[in-house]
Design a protein around this ligand. Structure first.
Ligand code: ADP
Ligand code: MG
Length: 566
């Protein structure tokens, strides 16, 4: 049995191919979606999914998320005292999903098809294979996410040549792919997107609408209150799936604040976001030289396409109703396990892929002028933007910022963060300049990225014509097979929370958070209930534990439904 894994930026899923077609395997908590979040505690116990998401609020320094963005890079995520690469964090997610599948299917699983974004380049794909390997799975085949979604819709069986569009709006990424299928070939004709646009931005809009409406200043609220407001905004957003109004309820400084949002107002506030969706679509169609009217089908993928606002927008844009009869959260995972089944039957769909793009933004560190006429350093300045087709060469001119500045330092950085320190440092060049007034000396910085993923950075001082150059070779990890084996053994030492303890751990983490969020009598009551529950856990009597867990959950639900308390 080859399972299919959708290793998402926000959520991951696992699926298998049953007699009746592909099926999603629910996780131990009964949910199809497992948040792609990893957390660790002092005892080096690893948590994946919902428990890690709960822990994120209280232990942000021990928790990592959205690491898929750095797949294939050397970026180290610090969780407590430990450091992990994105592929290692991903391996914990995969390990957890693998266990779910083994438990569900009652057999051990050794192989998986993992889906990756169509724009993933070779090193990102290799890192994904390694993540699978670190989780104890063989990954002989990967599938592009849009292709997987298309397969879930059965588009690979089309007899005639068909062009279609896969619209994937996830938690924090927007990917648009133009596909063409003909004679068993699925061709990704073009990809475009926005790595910083997704469902979370639609939550932010509600968050900001709430603060504005209630005249609250974000800076005057503490981190936990902000996390609470954001969570309520998320719930309010989901509420729009059922109607034209949605209610947002927040508890701020001991006061319950309610905000009824009309879909119409929400839609108005989302206009700017929606307009951002348009450009990549135009770019992808342009790149593929395909006209809107040639598109036969539109497939919606990603949780955020459940938003009625997004659906309507897409419908209007194309003048046709998008395909949604397969749950947009699940289409990719279903396609991945279908691909797994095809591999087992030796059926093939040939995939032609576009991977010749620069996967990350490459730039440098600059100082920017702030109000009050001072310069603030540490800002990221993009030179080659992510997803640019390679080979590419770009030049930017930079100036001195201080009087009598004697040298300029160019740090070569890779990443998407606005802050230079959050991006990956690849190297640097320092060039001397003539001491003059600020802004009178300049350098030309040229970044050239070739098809072998080799980056050349050249700096020329405009006044003196002095040139300096460095070459940065990025071939993913330079680990040898032995080193991988060694790391494999190390990671194996780290235990993921056993399945049967997950539900209880989730209750305890949730209780910890609720304790911090509340006050007075409720707080005391939480404390009492938690201690009681911990005592019962110690006794290890299964029936008693289940009963107590049910009661504690009901109590927490009551607290969280705030209404009852006011
Ligand atoms: P990814 O592919 O990045 O892992 P998903 O496809 O799981 O992400 O999408 C997650 C996003 O979908 C989140 O921002 C979540 O709020 C949003 N989402 C999920 N369900 C709904 C819904 N019913 N209405 C609106 N947004 C939703
Ligand atoms: Mg996805």
């Amino acid at each position: 049995m080859i399972i299919g894994i959708d290793l998402g930026t926000t959520n991951s899923l696992v699926s298998y191919f049953s007699e009746n077609g592909p099926v999603i395997i629910p996780n131990r908590l009964g949910e199809n979606l497992t948040p792609s979040i990893v957390s660790i505690d002092e005892d080096e116990q690893i948590y994946v999914g919902q428990v890690a998401k709960e822990r994120k609020i209280l232990y942000p320094d021990f928790t990592a998320e959205v690491f898929k963005r750095s797949m294939g890079t050397q970026k180290k995520y610090k969780l407590g005292k430990k450091e992990f690469l994105a592929e290692e964090l991903s391996s914990f997610v995969i390990r957890s999903l693998k266990e779910e599948a083994e438990e569900f299917l009652g057999q051990s699983i050794t192989e998986a098809v993992i889906s990756v974004p169509a724009y993933f380049n070779d090193s990102q794909r290799k890192a994904t294979v390694r993540a699978g390997k670190l989780a104890g799975l063989k990954v002989e085949r990967m599938i592009n996410e849009p292709t997987a979604a298309a397969i879930a819709y059965g588009l690979h069986n089309k007899k005639s040549n068909t062009k279609f569009l896969v619209f994937d709006l996830g938690g924090g990424t927007f990917d648009i792919s133009v596909l063409e299928v003909y004679k068993n070939i699925m061709e990704v004709r073009a990809v475009a997107g926005d790595n910083f646009l997704g469902g979370e931005d639609f939550t932010d809009i509600l968050f900001n609408m709430f603060l504005k409406e209630k005249e609250l200043d974000e800076n005057s609220l503490d981190r936990k209150t902000l996390a609470h407001v954001r969570k309520q905004a998320e719930l309010c957003k989901l509420g729009f799936s059922n109607g034209k109004v949605s209610l947002m309820k927040c508890k701020i400084n001991d006061e319950l604040i309610e905000y009824e949002v009309a879909l119409e107002d929400y839609e108005k506030s989302c206009q700017l976001l929606l307009s951002k969706i348009r450009k990549p679509i135009e770019r992808a169609l342009g790149d593929a030289a395909i006209k809107v009217k040639e598109i036969e089908e539109i497939i919606l993928v990603g949780g955020a396409t459940k938003l009625p606002i997004v659906r309507n927008f897409v419908g209007k844009l194309f003048g046709m109703l998008p395909n949604t009869h397969i749950n947009p959260d699940e289409a990719v995972a279903l396609g991945a396990s279908t691909q797994g089944a095809m591999k087992e039957r030796n059926e093939t769909i040939r995939e032609i892929v576009l991977t010749d793009v620069c996967p990350y933004t490459l730039g440098t560190n600059v100082s920017v002028q702030r109000q009050g006429n001072y310069y603030e350093s540490g800002h990221f300045f993009p030179i080659i933007e992510r997803n640019t087709v390679i080979p590419v060469s770009r030049t930017e001119r930079l100036y001195t910022v201080y009087d009598n500045q004697s040298e300029i330092r160019i740090e070569v950085l890779q990443g998407e963060s606005r802050l230079a320190k959050n991006n990956l440092y690849l190297g640097e060049i320092v060039v001397p300049v003539q001491r003059k007034k600020a802004g009178e000396e300049a350098i030309d910085v040229t970044y050239t990225y070739d098809i072998n993923s080799i980056l050349e950075v050249e700096v020329t001082v405009v006044s003196t014509k002095l040139k300096k150059r460095i070459i940065i070779q990025q071939d993913g990890t330079n680990m040898t097979e032995e080193e991988i084996e060694e790391r494999l053994a190390e990671l194996k030492e780290l235990k993921i929370l056993p399945r049967d303890r997950e539900e209880n751990k989730l209750l305890l983490s949730r209780g910890e958070r609720l304790y911090e969020e509340s006050f007075g009598e409720i707080r005391q009551e939480i404390d009492v209930c938690m201690r009681k529950f911990e005592d019962i856990l110690d006794k290890q009597d299964k029936i008693q534990i289940e009963e107590a867990a049910g009661e504690l959950k009901a109590f927490f639900d009551e607290i969280e439904s705030i209404d009852l308390l006011w």
